[in-house]
Design a protein around this ligand. Structure first.
Ligand code: GAF
Length: 388
């Protein structure tokens, strides 16, 4: 049975009524542009084929009854009680969306919901954003908010999901993941400009060029609610303040060295170097992709990983080993993806070599005494929407 059918069936058995419909949203991997979103920069994610599904039914009162296929207990909360930190856990991502819709003046109400997901949780593949965006699509359709039909409405829903995550789930993330889940296009990477929210769809079909995009979930612990992500964000904001700029996006790559001389703290300098050079690497990657200059793209991926490892200090031994092994086994380029401190890496590998490269990483992890990683090849897939 597909997960789409399964959540609908579970809904009926949990609530004794049929769901009004089923909606889903994808996880994401970012091709390049890491920790640039909250610096008003550029990033280039793709939507994954793995999706989070919600079966939902509109209620006439303001009660939220939520079940997850991955949790034993339901969440049962009144919409008027939703607040920062309440409910906690996975329920905050669902309840937060309804709360955030009301914050921007959209009339919503109660909901019965069952969720389940193919997006691995804690793998740095945006399971949280997939959940928020599946819920946002369901609620927008059920309460007839007219926000799912065009990109403007989808951008507004993505912003609502970011507010839910920042305020109710209390994770200080930027907007890349929600944009990827709401605004991507199949067969394309999403070039997102976080300064003005504009997007461009860049064709991305590596198989037509004899390549595959391999994702390696290192299964090393990763959490965005802990202090490291917030600390990186604070350093970037400090740098912008010291430079008298609205954000690090305002530092052009050719003025980076000069800007660095005006920053006193060596750590803040290194963080700034990563962000400014990473934004330039997104631009270079898009150019390389448009012309399919694969070696160039691979070298940019490698430089991005080095920058995250050495300047932004968000890699970890598992991610470094995955990247180094993939490269040694013929990947054209490889880098960690997402927030870091664990999670996943990506590698562009020759088509047909996915298993060979993946198994080499598994073996290297075994030798190093790390947990067994998972790997799988992915295509650029479609955005959030209604399935049934
Ligand atoms: C996480 C965050 F949620 C994103 O907003 C982004 O900052 C990313 O880390 C790093 O690029 O996925």
């Amino acid at each position: 049975m597909s997960l789409c059918t399964e959540v609908a069936t579970t809904f009926t058995s949990r609530f004794g009524l049929t769901a009004d419909g089923v909606w889903s949203a994808p996880g994401r991997v970012n091709l390049i542009g890491e920790h640039t979103d909250y610096n008003a920069g550029l990033c280039l994610p793709i939507a994954l084929p793995q999706r989070t599904y919600v079966a939902a039914r509109r209620r006439l009162d303001r009660r939220l009854r939520l079940w997850s296929g991955q949790a034993d207990e339901p969440v049962d909360v009144q919409l008027d009680e939703v607040a920062p930190g309440h409910p906690g856990g996975w329920g905050s991502y669902v309840a937060g969306v309804l709360w955030a819709l009301e914050e921007v003046g959209h009339p919503v109400g109660g909901l019965d919901l069952v969720v389940d997901s193919e997006v691995p949780v804690g793998a740095g593949l945006s399971s949280s954003a997939a959940l928020e965006c599946a819920v946002a699509s369901a609620v927008a359709d059920l309460f007839e908010l007219d926000l799912t039909a065009d990109d403007g409405g989808r951008a507004a829903l993505a912003a609502v999901c970011v507010n839910a995550e920042n305020t109710i789930a209390q994770a200080p993330t930027g907007g890349m993941d929600q944009a990827a889940a709401m605004r991507s296009r199949e067969g394309h990477a999403l070039l997102l400009d976080c300064r003005d929210g504009s997007v461009e769809h860049v064709p991305f079909e590596p198989e037509t060029r004899g390549l595959a995009l391999l994702v390696v979930d290192t299964r090393a612990e990763h959490s965005l609610v802990d202090g490291q992500y917030a600390e990186r964000r604070a350093s970037c904001e400090q740098a912008a303040r010291e430079l008298g700029l609205a954000s690090l996006r305002e530092v052009p790559a050719h003025r980076l060295e000069e800007a660095l001389t005006r920053l006193g703290d060596p750590v803040v300098r290194a963080r700034t170097r990563h962000v400014v050079s990473e934004i330039a690497r997104v631009e270079q990657s898009v150019e390389a992709l448009r012309r399919w200059r694969i070696r160039e793209l691979g070298a940019i991926f490698d430089a991005s990983h080095a920058s995250m490892r050495d300047d932004f200090e968000i890699s970890c031994p598992e991610l470094d080993l995955a990247v180094d092994t993939a490269r040694a086994r013929g990947a054209v380029g490889a880098r960690m993806t997402g927030g870091g401190f664990g999670g996943s890496a990506i590698a562009l590998v020759p088509w047909g070599d996915e298993d060979e490269v993946g198994e080499a990483v598994v073996e290297a992890f075994e030798d190093a005494g790390f947990r067994t990683p998972r790997y799988f090849a992915v295509d650029a897939s479609g955005p959030a929407g209604r399935d049934a």
